[in-house]
Ligand binder design. Structure first.
Ligand code: DOR
Ligand code: ZN
Length: 357
């Protein structure tokens, strides 16, 4: 199939979201159904308060996610552990045992947040060398390492933190664990896109819809726009173009990860606003828009439905979802516990719409 400008519908094998935040408690009922309506599976980030650091916590969290699924939904949460300086390698072995095919909530990866890099990362890793025994266990068990790739030093310019992380941390890590599968999450720069492209078969990256659609001007257009603030922060246009090139290249080591990250609106519209863009309600629509703008709709299925599953060593989904070229206006807000959740581009018109399953 070769979708063209005139394509009006696009049918894909059911896709997955390889990077997602759903939080916990009463907000799950809003955000989990949005993702379950779009994706068959999602990698659930562990940066709760307190973070998800044990198999037991991850399984209980998966149960709370499953409890809010709409009746009949077969959505599967793929769970992750949060790496700290003190995590016991034995916990990695226990996590590996949850990946038996029949398991309802397999733990497939662990997330490295450099301490202080982003939302709820205070318990993160202060020095990667401290977790080398854990990384060895992960390499042995076949658990993936998911990396928030930014240095945290205040001396390094915010816009340079990803590129510096690659040089100072990722290149040595890659060398020391040649068989460990590493996903550099939510890449935002040309340096990261080129690094991953050239880093060999065990290194991949997720790319968000918002980093494909927007550059850093979006944060400052007509005033400061907190709903466009995320981490790693949007970069300049040359970087956005490099991300679009990577996502639409057909290279199987680039795949979909929304990093949809809900926060209450009043904490984003704040003197010290939280980082995170909420896109789960319209994720595929936003990706379709980005791929369409690049003339690459024919590359969306690989990016959204095949590359992630293949890299994780999980089966591809069966069944399909269909997008239709059709203007529609997105909701401006959703309930979020006692607060409000304002999605990215709320109230705006999008050119693609996902049809009901
Ligand atoms: O913008 C972000 N929000 N980046 C992250 O790394 C974390 C996420 C969140 O949890 O809010
Ligand atoms: Zn994230």
């Amino acid at each position: 199939m070769h979708p063209t400008d005139a394509t009006t519908t696009l049918t894909l094998t059911r896709p997955d979201d390889w990077h997602l935040h759903v939080r916990d408690g009463d907000v799950l009922g809003t955000v989990v159904p949005h993702t379950a309506a779009q994706f068959a599976r999602a990698i659930i980030m562990p940066n709760l308060k307190p973070p998800v650091t044990t198999v037991e916590q991850a399984q209980a969290y998966a149960g709370r996610i499953r409890a809010v699924l709409p009746p009949g939904s077969d959505f599967t949460p793929l769970m992750t552990l949060y790496l700290t300086d003190r995590l016991d390698p034995a916990e990695i072995r226990r996590a590996g045992a949850t990946r038996a095919a029949t398991h309802q909530a397999p733990i497939v990866a662990a997330k490295l947040y450099p301490a202080g890099a982003t939302t709820n990362s205070d318990a993160g890793v202060t020095d990667i060398r401290r977790i080398y025994p854990v990384l060895e266990a992960m390499q042995r068990e076949g658990l993936l390492l998911l990396v928030h790739g930014e240095v945290t030093s205040p001396d390094i310019d915010l816009f340079d933190r990803e590129a510096v992380f690659i040089e100072e941390q990722l290149i040595p890590l890659r060398r020391d664990f040649p068989e460990l599968r590493i996903v550099m999450e939510h890449i935002t720069t040309r340096e990261a896109a080129h690094y991953v492209r050239d880093a060999g078969p065990h290194t991949a990256a997720t790319i968000t819809a918002h980093h494909l659609l927007f550059n850093r001007n979006a944060i400052f257009t007509g005033g400061i726009r907190p709903h466009y603030y995320c981490l790693p922060v949007l970069k300049r246009e040359t970087h956005r173009l490099a991300l679009v090139e990577a996502a639409t290249s057909g290279n199987p080591r680039f795949f979909l990860g929304t990093d949809s990250a809900p926060h209450p609106a009043h904490l984003k519209e704040h003197a010290s606003g939280c980082a995170g863009c909420y896109t789960a309600h319209a994720a595929l629509e936003m990706y379709a828009q980005a791929f369409d703008a690049a003339g690459a709709l024919d590359k969306l299925e690989g990016f959204a439905s095949f590359h992630g599953a293949d890299f994780y060593g999980l089966p591809r989904n069966s069944g399909t979802r269909t997008l239709q070229r059709m203007d529609w206006q997105t909701p401006t807000q959703f309930p979020f516990g006692a607060a409000e959740l304002k999605p990215l581009q709320g109230g705006e018109t999008l050119p693609w719409k996902l049809l009901p399953a």
